[in-house]
Design a protein around this ligand. Structure first.
Ligand SMILES: Cc1ncc(COP(=O)(O)O)c(C=O)c1O
Length: 379
């Protein structure tokens, strides 16, 4: 009696590991920002201010496409910080985070089509594209990001509609795509006629990274996705898409089907941008998470766990355990540690890979977690 998607949908490993992480002492699983860094006072103040200034309007239904106040603030201030050049024929559409953006983009573009993704990719966003695709082409990642030569070899024989990529602080691999590969991706999109989804929620906390792929695009091939989840708080559920007018108009219309993006939270985010809070936090969070990542890297090395590429930014490090990662995971949970077995992030391979996150664990917990992991692996 149910649809194909209804039959195929299942619990994601990130959700599963996060649920288990709630019960254990050391959480190297979650991708949520550090609770200590959620700006509670600023957010409380912003709620009060927008209610006082705008009254009941902030609790009206949201208009499809987003509140003009937020769109203006993003356009005037936030895009600058991201280093994005928005063309005249492009528009911003506000969404309930990047996840919702991906769901809407999937709805707009896909009906049993062929898509290409990085191997590995972020399972949660990828799932909403996968459920609407007929086949998935995995493209390998190396330290400079997506392997563009491999992509072109495949494009010579396979027609794809979309390429989904995470250009900065990759989840789960921690890499950034190099500038020349970004340019090349746009050239390939033109030559082989496909669209690129650039999913970039980590850019506000990524430090110095190459320009967005979107900046190399002159013909509307790139749909840029951003979010306030990592720089402010994921529970506000505010993100946005930048795409050419034709695509963004239709995506706003699709939003009418769920009407999910909270009106008051859009006003709150607009207020926080206007107050200059994002700029301040951008450098501070890059430094803060960078220090925690260094503790993870040093601890792994001290314990003889060397099979990883040091992440350039973000929350995640992909470690080769050289053992089945689910087996190691269940032993780790018994000892009070949670991480995400990374096989489900891979279209091909990945059975022995683990995603370790530094976002919520304290420095002491990171060190202790690595010790537990290394004891298990030594047995
Ligand atoms: C690559 C990537 N895309 C999208 C998301 C979801 O972001 P949002 O909270 O804006 O939906 C995440 C969250 O971890 C992510 O890592």
């Amino acid at each position: 009696m149910v649809s194909r998607i209804g039959k195929e949908i299942e619990i994601s490993p990130v959700e599963l590991a996060s649920q288990i992480a709630k019960k254990v002492k050391i959480n190297l699983a979650s991708g949520t920002p550090d609770p200590k860094k959620i700006p509670l006072n600023d957010i409380r103040e912003a709620y009060t201010e927008v209610i006082e200034e705008y009254g009941a309007k902030v609790l009206f239904y949201p208009g499809a496409g987003g509140q003009e106040e937020l769109i203006q603030e993003i356009d005037k201030k936030f895009l600058n910080l991201l280093g994005i050049t928005k063309r005249k024929d492009e528009k911003i559409v506000i969404t309930s985070g990047a996840q919702h953006a991906l769901e809407l983009i999937g709805k707009y573009f896909l009906e049993n089509d062929v898509i290409a993704v990085e191997n590995p990719t972020f399972i949660e966003t990828f799932n909403s594209l996968k459920l609407r695709s007929s086949s998935i082409v995995p493209i390998s990642l190396d330290y400079d990001g997506l392997n563009v030569d491999e992509l072109e070899d495949i494009l010579k024989i396979v027609k794809i509609k979309l390429l989904y990529t995470i250009p900065n602080c990759h989840n789960p691999a921690g890499v950034n795509i190099s500038e020349c590969r970004r340019k090349r991706l746009v050239e390939l999109a033109e030559k082989y006629d496909f669209y690129i989804i650039e999913d970039d929620p980590y850019r506000p906390i990524a430090g110095e990274v190459p320009p967005p792929i979107k900046n190399f695009d002159t013909s509307g091939r790139v749909i840029y996705v951003s979010s306030f989840s990592k720089i402010i708080a994921p529970g506000l559920r505010i993100g946005f898409i930048i795409a050419n007018e034709q695509i963004s108009e239709k995506i706003s219309l699709l939003e009418q089907l769920d009407f999910s993006t909270s009106t008051i939270n859009q006003y709150v985010v607009a207020r926080l941008i206007r107050k200059g809070m994002i700029e301040e936090r951008s450098k501070e969070l890059f430094r803060y998470y960078g220090e925690k990542m260094k503790i993870l890297i040093d601890s792994l090395r001290e314990n003889g766990l060397n099979e990883f590429d040091p992440p350039k930014c973000g929350f995640f490090l992909l470690l080769n355990l050289n053992k089945n990662s689910w087996d190691v995971f269940y032993k780790a949970v018994e000892k009070g540690l949670s991480f995400v077995p990374a096989k489900p992030f891979f279209i091909r391979g990945g059975e022995t890979m683990a995603r370790l996150s530094i976002s919520v664990a304290s420095p002491e917990q990171i060190v202790e977690g690595v010790k537990i992991l290394s004891d298990i692996l030594a047995r």
